[in-house]
Design a protein around this ligand. Sequence first.
Ligand code: H79
Length: 468
Amino acid sequence: MRSRVLALALAALLAATVIAQTPQPAAAPPKIDPAAEAAKTARLAWFRDAKYGLFIHWGLYSIPAGEWKGRRSLGLGEWIMFRTPVPVKEYEQLASQFNPVKYNADEWVALAKDAGMKYIVITSKHHDGFAMFHSTVSKYNIVDATPFKRDVLKELADACKRQGMRLGFYYSQSQDWHEANGAGNTWDFGADEKKDYDQYLRGKAEPQVKELLTQYGPVALIWFDTPRMMTEERAQRFANIVRELGPQTLIDGRLGTEGDYVSTGDNVIPPQVNGQAWEVPATINHTWGYRRDDTDWKSAGEITFKLLDIVSKGGNYLLNVGPMSDGTIPQPSQDVLRTVGRWLKVNGDAVYGAGPTPFGDELGETSKAMKDVRGDAMAFRQTEWRYTTKPGKLYITFFVEPRAPFVLPAMKNTVSRAYYLGGDQGAVPVKLRTENGRAVLDIERPIPDPMASVVVVEFSGTKIEPIK
Ligand code: H79
């Protein structure tokens, strides 16, 4: 009797395990079209290798910079119109003051290059509805409504072409606080449910996305955001426009229908490896659009850790800067980007085109108890090193000097040599030995770069086969 109960329990456990490991079908299983899947994989190739991009949030909100009529407005800089709230007629006046005479597109692209970033995404229109490009659909744009009169997106697109940088456009497809029928502005126009939303989509959003795709190309990607009221049918209209006018243009994960890749929540780094293409949009301080009072910049070390953390899980890092209303990017954020860029010049092999960790235990573990307490899934998060990979090579990025011999996780592969990245490959060897079948690194202190140092371990075969 007892053994029968045990057998039943075991069977149940086994079944539960199998269920847990079997991907659950989505509510409405998407039709898999092999040709479409192959095209998507091809479109995504550059994105998967790029790993690191520059997000730029620039618009009229850079003028108030977090303060309206002498009073601080809390929250995200680019949300000031919503938070205050500011009536359209008043907010519109900002356009007549927008004159960023220090704007130099080539300098911005050069900054991204120095930073080691492989693509740029800039706000073409944020929730405030103001177009940072010359649109024929709405006069509320940088050429027709400002004394500056220059098409900043066109200039950026040209500079990107000159310097070989990919360029994508953020476009707020749903929220448009300037339009009576756009989503979001309830203080001027009342409840969203009562609006003729499709009139806004067809009259402004869809034609503006067409303008971006036809007059500023090649467009690396369109970064849609906050898909409020985006039914599958409405979202699909945007997807069709992008597919038709930009066959190679990627769609992010916030359109309202499946895009080419997944966008995590703002500033959210997932806890474990994910094989899909994905991207973390993140701030360098605590706002996207410039705020005069936010000078709490992340350090180069923090950015480098986040980059390696993300790459070791298979994702991309889209890191934001918020230029000021004079057209310049705050110097402290430039300095941080360039410091990380200098590090990448030496250590980029561990990042660009690198695959995720073959192990995963080093990422930490999730605990339900901790999640309940902190609303945060990470119970234990190890931040001393991260693994990335390429065929035949394991990269170990150390953020802290190992205090003891570093034992690699068990694997079937045999390791042949270990050395630091930088200079001639292998110029600075790292002592490698085997103990109880495990590879061990004897790392001398201090490590070459106290911010982060990368040890390359070469192994037999192309892929690491961990022994669990
Ligand atoms: O463009 C950046 C943000 O402006 C945008 N996404 C990134 C990439 C974004 N749109 N919505 N959100 C982020 C979430 C907004 C949350 C808040 Fe609010 C805005 C918190 C306070 C103001 C809306 C209003 C939610 C609560 C009150």
